[in-house]
Design a protein. Structure first.
Length: 271
């Protein structure tokens, strides 16, 4: 009867109805009684037939299992970190512009290339691919899309672009190393969406045959001074300051640019 049972187990294992783990922990040995081979667990494995499993004397870390004697393997979705003697299994976190494949690794999206660490085959990053390569002072921001570095401005179409040094015109200032803005009292003059110059603003506008040389801020300062003087009851000084603020100063600004033009000359012309 025992012989028939052993024969049944042999046929059962041979047909694959009873499967061992990845590592074959089962061997066949002749029984002492009738010299018929029977399946038994190997010495490096633990358990009893048919549940023989490889033995790892040092317990495998969390999220892993013993697949061969003294060899642990991380579960799907986890990646090995460190040497076999002190390994851990960390969750696979795919970098930006990639996706997990087969619960074991990460793959970059189309148009991106990966940076692989060979020791653990971990994908570190997925960088965009630009063909042809980007020009000087620029970088590949997305597949086949170049952008200029900070402090540089794009010139030309995407297919033949260059990056020129950003130089702000007079009466403007640079913001975030990417653009120029006009200072207070000045208005922008652009060409191809690029700031070309900052022109002064005169309100009200200058009369005929004149130009706006600078923002009219000084007039309001003179008026403020006049009111201060009026408060001190210095009427003569007040009238002089008011005359200068309302009649003399605008003529100085609107007068054509000539050498040696002074406020006294304008005063004489008003007589």
């Amino acid at each position: 009867m025992l012989g028939y049972l052993n024969l049944f187990l042999i046929v059962l294992f041979a047909s694959g109805l009873v499967l061992a783990e990845e590592y074959n922990c089962i061997k066949y040995a002749n029984s002492e009684s009738d010299n018929i081979p029977i399946p038994v667990c190997r010495e490096e494995c633990i358990g009893r037939v048919p549940d023989c499993k490889p033995n790892c004397y040092d317990k495998c870390p969390e999220h892993s299992k013993c697949v061969e004697p003294e060899i642990c393997k991380c579960d799907k979705g986890y990646v090995k970190n460190g040497p076999d003697t002190n390994m851990t299994c960390n969750p696979i976190v795919c970098p930006l512009n990639s996706q997990i494949v087969n619960d074991t690794t990460c793959k970059c999206f189309d148009g991106y290339k990966g940076d692989i660490v060979e020791m653990n085959a971990i994908l570190q990053s997925c960088e965009p691919i630009c063909e042809p390569s980007c020009p000087a002072h620029s970088f590949c921001a997305s597949p086949n899309k170049c952008e200029c570095d900070k402090g540089y401005v794009k010139n030309g179409p995407d297919t033949n672009m260059t990056c020129n040094l950003l130089v702000c015109p007079s009466n403007s200032q640079m913001v975030n190393d990417t653009t120029c803005i006009c200072r207070d009292g000045y208005q922008k003059v652009e060409r191809n969406a690029i700031l070309q110059s900052c022109e002064p603003i005169c309100e009200p506008s200058c009369p005929a045959n004149s130009f706006c040389a600078s923002p009219k801020k000084f007039k309001w300062l003179m008026i403020l001074l006049a009111y201060v003087l009026m408060a001190t009851k210095k009427s003569k000084v007040f009238r002089a300051a008011n005359l200068f603020a309302n009649r003399v100063a605008p003529l100085i600004v609107s007068a054509p640019r000539q050498k040696n033009v002074s406020a006294f000359a304008v005063m004489r012309s008003m007589k």
